[in-house]
Design a protein around this ligand. Structure first.
Ligand SMILES: [Fe+2]
Ligand SMILES: [Fe+2]
Length: 278
């Protein structure tokens, strides 16, 4: 077991225009659409992992004296910041694309169903979801060039979120293992988490492609397919390895571009530096 370390909670403030463009990267509209699609899932996926972790604490599956429980509480507080910011961002997108509210209800039903699978599966899902989030951070770090010319608030929010995903990459796994763990349940959760994310990203992307007049543009679909495949090939080995006995998320190398970025958080202004191409 690794030594527990508290995860800092940063109350970051972002300022948004009321008429935020759905395609907030003028040079790579499809990249913005893919990021938006992932954002639509966050106000459901992250409260679910928060709920699972809180349940494990309130049901005393982890001793309050266990250092992991301190780490888990800090993790819950950090995740709560993430989905609150995504909810606000998604509300602005919904003003431009009203069909998003139907998707939002659909995602709500998926996660209500998952909640009924119980807290232990929820913890396995949280650990799996964090592995995928970590891989996403590494993938975005390598593909930051697609953010050139992006709306600064949107790009910074996504990068801040991914940097904090790197920061707490081990907490959900530690919590899951402290409650008994189980590699088979974790393996199932990896598959479920990947399917839910893929389904959400597909529905969200198609909805925004339609609303921005790109649904019948083959080049737009080709770009999304190319990035999706690139992500799957990047994610698959890590997801498989993460389910093997003896693996721990601490063994994963952090993306170089995000590793130290959060140290520049300014508590006086509640801001992180605006994203800029490294
Ligand atoms: Fe998060
Ligand atoms: Fe996370």
């Amino acid at each position: 077991m690794t030594e527990a370390s508290p995860v800092p909670v940063r109350h970051v403030r972002f300022s948004w225009p009321d008429d935020l463009e759905v395609v907030w990267i003028p040079d790579e509209p499809e990249f913005a659409i893919a990021a938006n699609a992932v954002s639509l899932l966050m106000p459901h996926a992250e409260p679910y992992v928060v709920w699972s972790t809180r349940q494990s604490l309130s049901e005393s599956l982890i001793s309050p004296q266990d250092p992991i429980s301190i780490e888990a509480r800090a993790y819950v507080a950090q995740e709560a910041q993430h989905h609150a910011q995504h909810r606000r961002f998604n509300d602005l997108l919904t003003l431009q694309v009203p069909a998003i509210s139907r998707l939002d209800r659909h995602f709500g039903r998926i996660f209500s169903w998952l909640k009924r699978r119980g807290c232990r599966f929820g913890l396995a899902f949280a650990a799996a979801f964090e592995t995928i989030a970590f891989v996403a951070a590494r993938w975005v770090d390598r593909n930051q060039r697609h953010l050139r010319g992006a709306d600064p608030s949107a790009a910074t929010m996504f990068l801040w979120h991914l940097a904090e995903e790197v920061e707490h990459k081990s907490v959900a796994f530690n919590t899951y293992m402290a409650t008994g763990g189980g590699r088979l349940r974790y393996g199932c959760a990896v598959v479920v988490a990947a399917l839910v994310l893929a389904w959400g990203a597909l529905l969200g992307s198609l909805t925004m492609m339609r609303s921005t007049g790109r649904l019948w543009k083959p080049m737009s679909h080709l770009k999304l397919a190319r990035w999706s495949l690139s992500f799957v090939f990047a994610a698959m080995p890590t997801m498989v390895v993460s389910a093997l006995p003896g693996h721990h998320p601490d063994q994963l190398a952090n993306p170089a571009g995000l590793d130290n970025w959060l140290s520049n958080f300014d508590e006086n202004t509640s801001s992180v530096p605006p994203w800029a191409l490294p």
